[in-house]
Design a protein around this ligand. Structure first.
Ligand code: PNS
Length: 161
């Protein structure tokens, strides 16, 4: 049976930390689906289409990858996709409580799926989409934070809101 992984998130926007997780997870999944939550509680700055497009432009050269958006429960989406693995990145202990709660909820809702945590690359421990948004909005340099292919697009959007 093919191992299908889902890497869900808001990706508002994708960061180098997300990209690192995508690259590593794509090595142990036969197919990896990057799943962008459409209507995040976090009220994303980038539209669903923009977030998908920014990921698409960042992930060139990874063959076993699909990028989609989803709505509703992650556990249902994972079932619909015949996936068995939910991938999440862990940066620090502060991520843990929320991630633990989410993993247990998803296990209750879809016992067939396992959540697998990948520890962040040490270089990206501090990094988050909100840090990227804040730095870009205030005119700072985000070249180390986001893939080079999307830097300008992210800057243009954030400097004009
Ligand atoms: O990048 P994020 O914002 O930390 O990702 C959070 C995400 C999208 C994985 C999470 O909010 C999610 O799965 N939402 C879908 C709704 C859902 O399934 N909720 C119940 C599990 S907490």
């Amino acid at each position: 049976m093919a191992k299908i992984g889902v890497y869900p998130g808001s990706f508002d926007p994708i960061t180098q930390g997300h990209l690192d997780i995508i690259k590593r997870a794509s090595k142990f999944c036969d197919k990896l689906i990057v799943a962008v939550l459409k209507n995040s509680r976090k009220s994303p700055i980038f539209t669903e289409q923009e977030r998908v497009e920014l990921i698409r432009r960042s992930v060139t050269g990874i063959d076993n990858l699909e990028i989609e958006s989803f709505d509703g429960l992650l556990a249902d989406y994972v079932r619909k996709k015949d996936a068995q693995i939910i991938i999440r990145g862990l940066r620090a202990m502060s991520d843990f409580e929320y991630e633990f709660q989410m993993a247990l909820t998803n296990k209750k809702l879809n016992p067939e799926a396992e959540t697998v945590f990948l520890t962040t690359d040490i270089n990206y421990m501090y990094l988050s989409s909100s840090i990227v948004r804040d730095v870009a909005k205030n005119g700072g340099d985000i070249s180390e934070f986001v893939p080079a292919e999307i830097k300008e697009t992210v800057e243009n959007k954030l400097r004009n809101i």
